[in-house]
Design a protein around this ligand. Structure first.
Ligand SMILES: [Zn+2]
Length: 163
């Protein structure tokens, strides 16, 4: 395990969990019924600040919502990042779409041709398999966000490859 690797640029998946079904307004996109279960959101950070500042944004509690995913901020449980130099978000969104139980149409993909960047999973099993595949292929790091309410520091990082 290493405690670095998140300063670069790359692609990430945010894992969210809702412990009950609820209706949530996602800005102008509309109001959706979110079922109880797991959600995976795909994004990328290739701009200034890279993954570090982006992940910090996703993990911190917020008063203002900028992106669709900000509306689900309280449900963020875990972040998986890849500092692979290629943009993998649309490829990952495609793969997740094939194994997901459902998806939220138009979510997080106003700038691309994907159907969605947010996927619903009734159980964690398929996501776990997907994570294993990613770890085999790319340098995926799991960010444990259990500490997110405690401080403004970035949470612990777990590097799962290159051990
Ligand atoms: Zn896309």
């Amino acid at each position: 395990m290493k405690n670095d690797g998140h300063d670069g640029k790359g692609t990430y998946i945010i894992i969210l969990y809702l412990d009950e079904s609820k209706r949530i307004q996602i800005g102008k996109l509309g109001r959706f019924k979110f079922k109880k279960g797991y959600y995976a959101y795909v994004g990328s950070a290739f701009g200034p600040g890279g993954l570090k500042s982006r992940i910090k944004h996703h993990i911190e509690a917020k008063k203002k919502y900028h992106w669709h995913i900000d509306y689900l901020n309280p449900a963020v449980k875990e972040v998986w990042i890849s500092d692979h130099g290629e943009r993998l978000e649309h490829e990952w969104a495609g793969s997740l779409g094939e194994i997901a139980s459902d998806k939220i149409p138009g979510f997080g993909c106003s700038d691309c041709s994907c159907e969605s960047h947010l996927f619903y999973f009734k159980s964690f099993g398929f996501l776990q398999d997907f994570q294993k595949e990613l770890c085999k292929k790319k340098h995926v790091i799991i960010v444990d966000s259990q500490l997110k309410s405690e401080s403004k520091q970035l949470p612990r990082m777990f590097k799962l490859t290159n051990k």
